[in-house]
Structures are given as C-alpha cells and as structure tokens.
Design a protein around this ligand. Structure first.
Ligand code: AMP
Ligand code: ZN
Length: 144
C-alpha cells in the first residue's frame, strides 16, 4: 500500500469505485473517464508502478485474468464491436497513475472521435447509477 496512490486507496476501500471483478490479487473497476462506455481498469492489488516491476507470480496473477474480463465486457453489451487492451508505462506513454493498470476500452465504431493513445475524459456524462448499471452488466457475464 502506497499512501499517496489513488489506486491503492481504491483497493483499500478508502475511495469509492465501481467494481467489476475482485479476487485476492487483482481488482477490476470502471475507469472514471469512460473513454467509451464500459472502459475498465484491471490492477494488481500489490502496488507496482509499471510493467517492469512485475515478477512471474504477479504476471500470472494479473495477466491471466485479461481474457476473462475481456469476454465479460464483450458480452455485456451487444453494441460492442471491438476491444482495445492497453497498458501505458511512463509519462511519455500517457501513464498518469503510477500504479500499474490495464485499460479495456470497448469499441463501438471506427469513427469514435479522436480515439488514440490519449483517451477522452467523459466523466461528466456519467452518474454513479449509470456506472453501476454498466458494471453490473459486466459482472453478470463473468465466467472462468
Ligand atoms: P493512465 O493515463 O494510463 O495512467 O490511466 C489512468 C486512468 O485512471 C485514467 O484513464 C483515469 O481516468 C483513471 N482514473 C483516475 N482516477 C480514477 C478513479 N478515482 N476511479 C477510476 N478511474 C480513475
Ligand atoms: Zn498503488
């Protein structure tokens, strides 16, 4: 636990989040910016800054969960036509929270405005109820 880390605070329950999946080693929750509807983050519960700090065990614990979460997101909304899975390392690569995380960004159309490595912040368009509705739909589709 890093006391100055926003994701450690979320993992610890000190800051609210809209949870999608949790086990002993990882947490997945909706990204507040919702670059597209369903935008989810997967984080190790252990505070590591970036991918370079993963040992084999942490890689097993985190990276093997990716397909399960991807499938749940894909099934959660029939309008989802694609999914970008992105991991930013370093400020120059648009990492802004220095607790390692994997982005899952559902894609609905090729024409989404300005979609690039720098994601749009749509947080103003979402209430906690709207976020919870999206998260519950993803949770309902989680299978091993
Ligand atoms: P990155 O820019 O790759 O480091 O991604 C960090 C992500 O964390 C951004 O997409 C933010 O929208 C997201 N984020 C920051 N604070 C929170 C929070 N309290 N709850 C959910 N997502 C957050
Ligand atoms: Zn942390």
């Amino acid at each position: 636990m890093d006391n100055n880390c926003i994701f450690c605070k979320i993992i610890n329950g000190d800051i609210p989040s809209t949870k999608v999946y949790e086990d002993d080693t990882v947490l997945a929750f909706l990204d507040i910016s919702q670059a597209t509807p369903g935008h989810t983050l997967l984080v190790p519960k252990k505070h590591v800054e970036n991918i370079y700090d993963y040992d084999q065990q942490l890689a097993m614990d985190v990276l093997t969960k990716i397909p399960m979460i991807a499938r749940a997101i894909e099934k959660s909304n029939p309008k989802i036509k694609g999914l970008n899975i992105i991991n930013n390392n370093g400020e120059v690569a648009y990492q802004s929270v220095f607790h390692s995380h994997i982005h899952f960004i559902p894609r609905f159309t090729r024409d989404e405005d300005d979609f690039g490595m720098r994601f749009k912040d749509n947080s103003n368009a979402y209430t906690s109820e709207k976020l919870e509705k999206i998260a519950s739909s993803i949770r309902e589709n989680l299978e091993d």
